[in-house]
Write a protein that binds this ligand. Structure first.
Ligand code: ATP
Ligand code: MG
Ligand code: FE
Length: 355
């Protein structure tokens, strides 16, 4: 089926068009620059930017795919989780499109969409994809971005996804952004820390790993916590500043990056081992991190775990992944969602489609 997907859970207005598993268009407008002076995504600013970008982004996607609205078989949209006001813009646009064209509408889960991204193939992905085979299930999936840090087990994309762990405070990308800020680096901090860390010593400072809060704060076996790490970096920098000596920014960045990468990869591979699932899929903007990729690759290979990393354009938030999940729901014969669903900022991952 030819499916148009709309994604507005955070700061990307994403519109993607797929035919089954074939990617035809993946168009993005981001309001990231508008959030820079606040050091993080401002929900109201993001919602307004989605409103302005929605129609032009749909038009660009249709042009890129070489199709018209008449060609579409279905519309898919992110219903949650995410920023409520931002989600609402995509949900409203998708409803308007579906109703005006008489198309079935599928309201889907953003996190499961990230996994759906890995199904996509197509000419424009070929250079980035190389020779990877089909996604095999079950798989463990680690999704890390500015808004989420989630470890899932996916047994069936349209019917069986379970949360193994998530962050109980800051998301990993958020921690990168906050630590960058306290080191005087611009937003978004992830790429900046990555760049600066390349010249630093990752063993210079031993920052804490794992949950710094009491274990009973965790809901799941593999929950993450990054606020303790962030505070520990802040304390270390304060102490150094008090001595009047210069802060070794490269060493702090490298040591912090090492701690985050270590925690993410250790927990993900522990889940693979505990569940007996030798497959790990990565997704989310933090996957761009050089050390996360490197550590995941080396430790997965040592553990005999197949590591899958989709092209970065499909790892960050995008509409194609939502269209892909929508196409899978259509292919599975699922009934479309009713028109009375809304934006659900805390949609659980077990709810793959909202009715
Ligand atoms: P959502 O959480 O809904 O997916 P998001 O906009 O936060 O939304 P992305 O756009 O996928 O998610 O990712 C942005 C985040 O990824 C930012 O926090 C950014 O700092 C982080 N990031 C980007 N590049 C890197 C990198 N090289 N190293 C570490 N973090 C990075
Ligand atoms: Mg983003
Ligand atoms: Fe996301």
């Amino acid at each position: 089926p030819l499916v148009l997907g709309i994604e507005t859970s955070c700061d990307e207005t994403g519109v993607g068009i797929v035919r089954g598993r074939t990617l035809l268009a993946n168009t993005i407008a981001s309001s990231m620059d508008e959030h820079a002076r606040f050091g993080g995504v401002v929900p109201e600013v993001a919602a307004r930017a989605h409103l302005e970008a929605m129609t032009p982004t749909i038009e660009r996607a249709l042009a890129e795919a070489g199709v018209t609205l008449d060609d579409l078989d279905a519309v898919a949209v992110t219903s949650g989780p995410g920023l409520a006001g931002a989600l609402m813009v995509g949900v409203s646009a998708a409803k308007a499109l579906a109703v005006s064209r008489g198309l079935p509408l599928y309201a889907v889960n953003h996190l499961v969409g990230h996994v759906g991204a890995d199904l996509l193939r197509g000419e424009q992905l070929r250079p980035a994809l190389g020779d990877v085979g089909e996604l095999e299930l079950p798989t463990v999936a680690l999704l890390v971005s500015g808004g989420h840090t989630s470890l899932l087990v996916v047994r069936d994309l349209v019917s069986d996804v379970e949360m193994l762990g998530e962050t109980i405070d800051d998301a990993a990308g958020e921690a990168f952004d906050k630590v960058a800020r306290l080191l005087g680096l611009p937003y978004p901090g992830g790429p900046q820390i990555d760049r600066v860390a390349a010249d630093g010593d990752p063993l210079a400072i031993r920052f804490p790993r794992g949950l710094s809060l009491p274990k009973d704060m965790a809901k799941h076996r593999y929950d993450f916590s990054f606020s303790g790490l962030k505070t520990s970096v802040a304390r270390w920098v304060e102490k150094r500043e008090a001595t009047g000596e210069p802060v070794p920014v490269a060493d702090v960045a490298a040591s912090f990056r090492e701690a985050v990468a270590d925690v993410l990869v250790t927990k993900a591979l522990a889940a693979c081992a505990d569940l007996g699932i030798p497959r790990l899929l990565l997704g989310g903007g933090v996957v761009a991190n050089a050390r996360v990729r490197e550590l995941a690759a080396s430790r997965a290979s040592r553990a005999g775990v197949e590591l899958r990393v989709p092209p970065l354009s499909l790892c960050t938030d995008n509409g194609a992944m939502i269209a892909s999940l929508g196409a899978q729901l259509v292919a599975a014969g699922r009934a479309p969602s009713g028109l009375d669903f809304g934006a659900d900022s805390t949609l659980p991952v077990t709810e793959i489609q909202v009715r």
